[in-house]
Structures are given as C-alpha cells and as structure tokens.
Design a protein around this ligand. Structure first.
Ligand SMILES: [Zn+2]
Ligand SMILES: [Zn+2]
Length: 779
C-alpha cells in the first residue's frame, strides 16, 4: 500500500444534493504507469533505463475514448402501423372536415399508385386521433407520414382518462411534394403501466390542407438517442443548458491515459436527462484514477427520480497523489436492474492552480438605447447606478453604433468581427455557418473556457449558429428569460471554473418589447391613456423600468471578484424606436434610435472615467477583447477600440432584410432605402420607397428629426456615393445558412416584432442602374 495519505475530496458545490459520497482507496494495481504507444508528446524520448522523460504533463481538456467497442444500436422496430382505410375508419377526426383520397402528386405531377391518405381541410388548427387502448410500454417513438401544404408545427399527445398527459413538444414540419416522416419522441412511455386511450395529433394553423398517409409506433433502441460512447463531444444537454459532452453507458466506459501534472485537479460535470432515467436504477458514475503505484475510485450518485428536474452536477477530483505519474482515468456507469443506462459527461479537464485566471465578460443588452444609461446624461429619468459605476471605472464610448438593427445579424457581427454586408446575415431566420471563425473559438484556442447564456430562444445555437466555439450554451425555450435567471446561471458557471480562464458572453433580453419589468420596476397600470403622446410616455416609462431592472441584476454580477478584476465589455445589438418617426416600440429603420448603442469597456489597469467621443462600431469589440486579453496574435477581423486615437472613419449599417443601408460620417447620417418597404410592423407604419434617401445633421439633430436631403443635396450625393461604393465592395464569405424554422415559429417571431421574411442571399445589395426620381436627383 502506498504511503501517501488519502486525498480529501472537494466538490465545487458543497450544497449539491447529489455529490460524491465516497472516496475509496484501492491497493496497488497492475503496472500501467508507462505511457501507451503513440500517447507521448512529440518532445518525449526514452532514457537509458527505459523511463520516459520530457513528456508534457496534461493540462486542459481530455480526449476520451471508449474502453470497449460500443455495439451498434439495434435497428428501430415497428410495433404497430395504422393506415386509413375505406373498410375500417380507424381514425377519429376531432376537428375540421376530412375525407379519404389519393395522395397529392409528387414533384413530377405523378400521383403514387394505390396510395390513399386522410385529408383534413380548413384553415384553423386541425386535429385527429388514433383510438386505443394502446400498450404504451411497447413504443417510444411515433412517426406520422404527413403531407402539408405549407410549413407549420405539429404536436403529438398521449391521452388517458380523457385528457392528454404527455406531449411531444412542438415539431416543425416543412412543406414538400411527398409525405414526410414527422417524428415524436416519447422516451418516458416505458414507465407507464396502464394502456393509453388515444394518440392525438394537432397540426398548427397556416398549414393549409393536411394529408395523413400512415402512423407508426416504433421502439427505438435507447443507445441511438445520443452519440455512442467514445464519439467526439457535441453540445448536449438538459432543458435549456447544453454543454460540450459525450456519453458513457453502463456497458461502455470512457477514459484516457495521460501524464499527470503536479497539483492537478480533474474537473468535469455530468447529468442524467429525464428521458434516460429508469426508476430504481440508482445510477452511479464511477471515476477511477490509476497509476502503477496507486489507485482511487470516486463515486457520484446521479439523479434518477423522474420527478426531479435534470441538472448538471459539477465535480472535482484532486490529482495531487499522482503528480508526475502516468495515470489511467476512466468513467464507468453502474446501475441496478436489467435495463441499460446512459449518462452525459461534459468533457473533463485537468486544471492546475492559478491565482488569477483571466476573465473576459461580454454583455449584450438587447434593444438598449445609448441614451438609456444614466451616466450618458441624456435623460434624467434613466436610472442605472451599476452600469454608471462600470463606466466610472472604465471607458464610456459616447458614440458607438451597431452594424444592423436586428438581433442575429448584429450579434453575428460582434462575435465574428464581420459586417452583415459580408456575412449576408440580415434577418433572424438565417444562421451563422459552421465554417465561421468566432470569438469563442479564438478564446477557446487559447485555453479559455467559453460560456454563453442567451435570454431569447432565437439566439440559441439551433437558430442562430452562435453556439459554435462555446463549451456551454444556455438558451431558453421561451421567447424570454429574465436577467435574474441568466445571471444566476452565469454565477454558477463561474463557481465551477475558478481556476481556469473564462470567456463569458451574457445576453439579456429585458429591454426588448414587451416592456414588462417585475415589481418594483414596473409602471403603475394605466387605463386612462387619452392620446398618442400619453401612450408614448407610458411605454417609455415601462422601457426605463426594464432597463433599471436589468441594471439591478447586473449589480451583483459586476461585483463578483473575478469579474470586477477582469475584462468587461457592455454593449447592445441595436436600440429601439420609442415612438420616434412614427415607429412604436420596435427597432425598425436605421435612425440613431436604433443604431446608437451603449459601449463601456473596463479592464485591469484601465484609466477610469474616460469618455471617448469618437464614433466607433461595436463590430470591433471582438478584436478589442482579444487584444486586451494579450491575444494580439490571434487572427480576428477588426481594429482595437483602445489602440489610440483613430482617424475618423465612416460607419455603415444594413437594416433588416437589406431594406436600407446607412452611412454615418462626420456630422452627417444618410439613409438609402434599397427596397420599398414599410417602416415598422404596424398598419400605421409609413412606407419608404425604393431609393428614397434621407439625410440628417446628427451634430445638430441627433434624433434625425429634420430631413435635409433637399437642402443639402451635394452632401447627400457624396455620402450616397460613399455608401454605394461600400455596398458594392461586399465580400463573398459563405457564412449565411438557412436555419431550420417553421412558419409557426416565424409567427412566434412576428409576435415579438419580427416580420420574419427570408432574405435573398445573392446579388448586389444595391442596383445602381436606375432612372427613378430619387436616383435622378443625384445624377
Ligand atoms: Zn435584438
Ligand atoms: Zn433609383
């Protein structure tokens, strides 16, 4: 037995209900202290005595491999198949007119021979059901072969005792010429002992006619629900929180052999999502660290109670006892009973003591106007003491502009350093291609842990593509998550990575419409609003309430020691029109209301209370943060905002769907409308004509109230040429890709103010060959 004392285990969260409950020391084991072939760093060599020298101890993420070859999942098994027939009307139509008829013709106009489907007609939500009884323990997936006229959403519900008790969630269904497979997962049906009464299907409005060809009940091998053990990590998760993780099963463990550093700690997290649980299994993750001389085992109980929500457990195992030795690390899952079990394991890391690992925090407060930080001094009613304090300790950029008035395009610009002109991402239904190089990837490549918590659904990785490069990404299912919830998540992540460099992007959605701040930040309800001015005053008060609420939530976060002592940037993706230009509470058009955003920077040793009056653009923020973190050599577009005095440069912006473009230079702001469109979503919204041009002297008229295009035509002509020249210089980047979004999901986006039309991604931004009245003006 080794003479070393047992290591006491520390957990990151002593209060966690399920943490490590036993540390077992085992005697000396087999000689596995030598590095495996091919596992030694390039610099390693063999000494006379055969001992390996010069190998580099492992620090950072581990590459886990499966300890045995994982068996391929068994193929899906069809348990039951239902087809509509004239002899036996199997299906009960719950709503809408229905009939049995031939399937719709395919893309070539050919009607499939002999095939029939049940057609549901009508423009409202439609539903039908398959009557039971059905033994629910026999299937875990429902597949409907469905044709719909236009993209929509579908839900599948299990009904018992007259009411749905379990649902598939909303499934996006696209339109196509042939029936397609719509899959609903029912992982938990295996727990239901009583048969179900019916399976109900609901198809959203906007679908047009719907044709159901068949419905199948399938049994799908649990091993196929997630990547097999040993597969490369990907963003996997529990409700609302994804982490770069892989899978460990009770059959196949995972592990790695590595040279242990002195004073190292193994850090990782694990969880068991609800749909992988089986009551009574008492799943335990066994972590074994073993060297030639010394071995220990750590056991972690995972949650198996279906009534408790799944969440990640953050764990640590000290490795001091193995300093300088080759060790074999393994993760194995033990369960009771005959059923197989699976757990998600976030990529484990070896961390070593660090006094002050760097912290970089990027805050984007969605829809936050520049004049809505108190210290800007523009509006005495705005109260943001915590943001003011941040600015007093750092640099306030008084004239920061965004590149777009839309959430995803503007965030893509901040996180890639590329302008929407070049990314061609100018709406909220286009996502960033995986080929992009992102700020998170740049920090990750330099040893940072990279975390993102966004507070609206459509900024999540699935729709925006902005999860790439992040080790963790949390997006709500709903349109909005409160600043409080997002802050708590961030603070938990920081606790769990105290000895590692962290790049953290926090996105808050509070200032976005609807303005419904919690008490005491809410405005007193008013039902006596008499006119437009009163309505504007009231909504502006409510908007300020959201900003003050957000500020209050930022307070505790900005006081966290490592944040306070780290690099902090606060900005917004765009502002908001609060009734100006007849645009009410949305961020339409390219006026200063929507483009002028807050920007505050603070870092260790930065000069306090500095105000920068030069105009800058927040797409330079990524470059700036890398430079401030000492990563000047990391390739990334842009120019540091703190690299000394800048010569005045024009700032350009492109609006939603490429409807308009703008240039801001010197004291002038010019807007050129590229397409005829409505300035806002309301029926009262004014229309802008193609090639209509607006010019404002924002030195005198910051709010763009007086259009000077007729009196300052020469200035307008010069800026218009500058803008057109810039537009024609667009780069081909291939960074825009379709996000998979249904018409109903688009409808949800419309509900929060996005018109949701997909934008053409090729061709010129502006067509110059034109003889319209507007173009004639500048000949
Ligand atoms: Zn936004
Ligand atoms: Zn024209």
């Amino acid at each position: 037995m080794d003479a070393r004392p047992p290591q006491r285990h520390r957990t990151a969260h002593p209060s966690a209900p399920f943490s490590i409950w036993a540390v077992v020391l085992v005697g000396t084991v087999c000689g596995c202290g030598d590095p495996p072939p091919g596992c030694v760093d390039a610099g390693a060599s063999t000494s006379e005595h055969g001992a390996r020298v010069n190998a580099t101890p492992k620090v950072g993420p581990l590459t886990l491999t499966a300890l045995a070859a994982p068996p391929a999942p068994e193929p899906d098994r069809i348990v039951a198949r239902f087809v509509p027939s004239r002899e036996e009307p199997l299906w009960t139509n719950v709503s809408g007119r229905c009939e049995l008829a031939a399937l719709p013709p395919d893309a070539h106009g050919v009607v499939p021979k002999g095939s029939e489907g049940l057609y549901l007609h009508g423009s409202m939500e439609k539903s039908f059901e398959i009557p039971g009884p059905i033994d629910s323990t026999t299937f875990n997936q429902v597949v409907a072969n469905v044709w719909i006229q236009s993209k929509s959403r579908m839900r599948m519900l299990l009904v018992r005792d007259g009411a749905p008790f379990q649902g598939s969630g909303q499934i996006d269904v696209s339109s196509s010429s042939l029936p397609q497979r719509i899959v609903g997962d029912f992982a938990l049906t295996r727990f239901h002992k009583r048969p179900i009464d019916a399976i109900q299907f609901k198809v959203g409005a906007h679908a047009g006619p719907v044709c159901i060809e068949s419905v199948e009940l399938l049994w799908k091998d649990v091993r196929s629900w997630f990547p097999l053990p040993g597969s490369p990590p990907e963003l996997l998760g529990v409700e609302g929180e994804e982490r770069m993780a892989s899978v460990v099963s009770d059959e196949i463990g995972v592990g790695e052999r590595f040279l242990c550093p002195e004073n190292g700690t193994l850090a990782f997290s694990c969880t068991l999502p609800e749909n992988l649980r089986f009551p009574g299994q008492a799943p335990t993750l066994v972590v074994t660290v073993r060297s030639a001389s010394y071995s220990s085992e750590t056991r972690i109980r995972l949650e198996s109670d279906l009534r408790r929500p799944a969440r990640w457990l953050d764990e640590e195992v000290p490795l001091e006892a193995w300093g300088g030795e080759w060790v074999d690390l393994s993760f194995e899952l033990k369960v009771k009973g005959p059923h197989e079990a699976f757990a998600l394991l976030e990529t484990p890391r070896i961390v070593t003591p660090a006094d002050q690992p760097p912290t970089v925090l990027l805050i984007t407060s969605d829809t936050h106007r520049a004049d809505h930080i108190g210290i800007a001094g523009a509006n005495p009613l705005v109260r943001t003491p915590n943001i003011n304090a941040l600015a007093k300790g750092g640099i306030l950029f008084e004239h920061c502009y965004s590149t777009s008035n839309i959430t995803i395009p503007s965030h893509v610009a901040i996180l890639t350093g590329r302008h929407p002109r070049d990314t061609r991402i100018v709406d909220n239904v286009t996502s960033l291609a995986r080929s992009a190089s992102t700020l998170a990837e740049a920090f990750g490549a330099n040893g940072y842990r990279t975390f993102a918590a966004v507070s609206t659904h459509h900024l999540g990785d699935a729709l925006s593509g902005l999860g790439q490069g992040f080790d963790r990404m949390a997006a709500p299912r709903a349109n909005e998550r409160s600043a409080h919830a997002t802050r708590e998540l961030a603070e938990r992540w920081l606790l769990d990575s105290q000895r590692e460099p962290v790049f953290l992007w926090l996105h808050f959605f509070d200032a976005h419409y609807p303005y419904e701040a919690p008490a005491p930040f809410d405005a007193e309800l008013r039902e006596d609003i008499a006119d437009t001015q009163e309505m504007m005053d009231y909504e502006q008060e409510r908007y300020r309430g959201e900003v003050s609420y957000l500020d209050t939530e930022l307070g505790p976060l900005l006081r966290v020691k490592r944040i306070r002592e780290g690099i902090i940037a606060l900005t917004s993706d765009h502002g908001e029109c609060l009734g100006q230009h007849s645009i009410f509470f949305e961020h339409a058009e390219l006026y200063t209301d929507t483009l002028h955003v807050p920007l505050i920077l603070s870092w260790p040793g930065c000069p306090p209370a500095v105000r920068v009056s030069e105009r800058v653009q927040n797409s330079d923020l990524g470059r700036t943060l890398l430079d401030l973190a000492g990563l000047e050599r990391e390739a990334f577009p842009g120019r540091s905002l703190v690299a000394g005095k800048r010569s005045p440069e024009p700032n350009f912006a492109i609006s939603y769907a490429g409807h308009s473009a703008s240039v801001t230079f010197d004291r002038w702001h010019l807007i050129l409308h590229l397409q005829t469109h409505s300035a806002g979503n309301g029926d009262y919204s004014p229309t802008r004509q193609r090639h209509e041009t607006e010019l404002y002297d924002i030195g005198e008229d910051h709010g763009c109230e007086v259009n000077l295009i007729d009196s300052e035509t020469a200035v307008g002509g010069r800026l218009r040429s500058l803008l057109l020249g810039w537009l024609s210089g667009a780069e081909e980047t291939d960074l825009a890709t379709d996000s998979d979004i249904s018409d109903d999901a688009l409808e949800a986006l419309r509900g929060i103010g996005y018109a949701g039309l997909k934008t053409e991604r090729s061709g010129e931004w502006a067509e110059l060959d034109c003889d319209c009245e507007w173009c004639g003006k500048f000949e």
